[in-house]
Design a protein around this ligand. Structure first.
Ligand code: DUC
Ligand code: ZN
Ligand code: ZN
Length: 501
């Protein structure tokens, strides 16, 4: 690759020199010239910039996009996150991530425009890296479907998360169809938390009645079949009306296979998984006392076979985005232990932290461990997120004209993970004591060197809001609709509406 659109008269603000650059499709050695926060040139032997960084011996990769993280948000169980936009974005940046997409969360009774405006105000004041928002939708009434959602989508919130479980958030199948239909018409991607609510409730009731309250029973209540059944149903709903959907935080082997089969049938179903499903198992919930609460997320981590299935799913494209699902709840009364020692598995805030370690864990076990290529790493941590959530060509790749969001990874650096080295506000990590190989030592956001020498150099509030464009699956959906193709259901409906001869 040897391309340059740089104005030779003006010096670069920054030159990143001599690194091994990888995108989702190729790897080559070159310099990167940055001007005005944007990549202006990629070529060997670029002239010196106002600032030069020697990247010899480093992997030069796009800054990561974490498209699933909970920040300064009220959870489905009504618990507030321990990380605000400052601690979350600082922590993300130290782990090589330069864009996050957290959730503006509607709970029942809340008006969507106010939810979005309030959330935007929090981010504007504190974020140090760039961010977009998804919308969590708890109340798909006429006001939402006819007015507020179309407006939010046109304002650049081009993805929604909906839940098939959690009392405060759960939508029924009829409502899911309403949301999918609207999303198809307006061009938004629907992210689905797929677990069968009644299966979980039914098992949990029996466990609690029998006095089985320890964290390890969380993994029993959230049986793999609850995930598989809900995923199958979500796929069926999406196929019925031919609207793309994305299943978040896939954990179980059978669910991966269900997704693979649906994709083989041509369904536009996309899927995400997370570090906890590659690096933790259900056994982690079985710790003395309430310690297992630190590993308690929904769906829960499963077994070694499911870990392998998630690796396989990433490898063959069944799973295309790797996100943290960072859900920062402290190991105290504010989060995991609302009733102290008397807390049952049903009371604990669900979720594990991981915004900072997401990329280092995958770099170490995936790239250095020989399970995935460096290009696959880039696709899974950055480019596919940009594709699925309407951020290409600005984010998620190293290309002329893209924002200069770049991380310099030192593959030779070994780091022993400890809570003390992390920058979130959670107070523990489920990955305590692990050694990872490879670390993002320098991180650049829109041309600003924001992490260097273990220090943060970006000001509070210097991150920018990203109104997002149409997600790729929705663009394809619009093309199919324009070609006259539509779902079998709509074809049948049209047939039924014909006047009798
Ligand atoms: N499950 C969720 O649905 N959200 C946050 C974290 C979790 O475990
Ligand atoms: Zn979820
Ligand atoms: Zn989540």
């Amino acid at each position: 690759m040897n391309t340059s659109v740089a104005d030779p008269a003006a010096p670069f603000d920054l030159t990143v020199r001599g690194g091994r650059i990888s995108t989702a499709t190729e790897t080559f050695t070159a310099d990167i010239g940055v001007r005005g926060g944007v990549i202006a040139a990629i070529a060997p032997g670029l002239p010196a910039g106002l600032r030069d960084i020697n990247a010899t011996g480093r992997w030069v990769l796009p800054g990561g996009i974490d498209s699933h993280c909970h920040v300064e948000q009220l959870s489905g169980m009504g618990v507030m996150c321990a990380d605000d936009f400052h601690s979350a974005t600082v922590s993300a940046a130290f782990g090589g991530t330069t864009t996050i997409i957290p959730f503006a969360a509607q709970h029942r009774g809340m008006a969507i425009p106010k939810v979005v405006a309030d959330y935007a105000a929090l981010a504007r004041e504190k974020a140090v890296i760039d961010y977009g928002f998804h919308l969590i939708l708890a109340n798909p009434d006429d006001q939402a479907l006819k007015q507020d959602l179309p407006q939010a989508i046109r304002d650049g919130i081009t993805s929604l998360k909906v839940y098939m479980t959690y009392d405060r958030l759960k939508l029924d199948d009829y409502q899911l169809l309403d949301v999918l239909k609207l999303a198809g018409e307006e061009g938004a991607l629907v992210m689905i938390h797929a677990e069968n609510h009644d299966m979980i409730r039914w098992i949990a009731r029996r466990l609690l009645d029998a006095g089985r309250v320890a964290p390890k029973y969380h993994r029993v209540a959230h049986d793999p079949l609850a995930e598989t059944e809900a995923t199958q149903r979500a796929i069926a709903l999406s196929r019925l009306i031919d609207v793309p959907a994305l299943i978040v935080h896939v954990a179980g082997a059978e669910t991966v296979q269900v997704l693979r089969d649906a994709r083989a049938l041509g369904a536009s179903v996309h899927a995400e998984s997370c570090p906890q499903y590659l690096f933790l198992t259900a056994d982690d919930l079985d710790k003395p006392g309430l310690e297992g609460a630190k590993f308690c997320c929904s769906p829960p981590p499963r077994d070694a076979a499911s870990q392998q299935a998630v690796w396989d799913g990433f490898k063959d494209g069944t799973l295309s985005v790797y996100s943290s699902d960072h859900a920062p709840y402290r190991y105290d009364q504010s989060g995991k232990l609302p009733y102290g020692d008397a807390t049952t598995f049903k009371d604990m805030a669900n979720g594990v932290p991981g915004i900072e370690l997401r990329m280092p864990l995958l770099f170490s076990e995936g790239v250095m461990g020989g399970r995935i290529t460096i290009e696959e790493f880039v696709a899974l941590t950055a480019t596919n997120h940009a594709r699925l959530y309407g951020l290409l060509p600005r984010k998620g790749t190293i290309a002329i004209g893209a924002d200069a969001d770049i991380a310099l990874w030192n593959p030779g650096r070994e780091v022993q993970v400890s809570t003390a080295m992390l920058h979130d506000n959670v107070g523990y990590t489920p990955y305590e004591g692990r050694t990872v190989r490879g670390w993002p030592e320098v991180v650049v956001s829109r041309g600003r060197v924001i992490v260097e020498d273990g220090r943060m150099h970006a000001e509070r509030g210097s991150g920018q809001y990203l109104p997002r464009g149409i997600p790729e699956p929705l663009a394809a959906h619009a093309r199919r609709a324009a070609d006259g193709a539509s779902s079998p259901f709509f074809k049948r409906l049209k047939g039924m509406q014909k006047d009798p001869e």
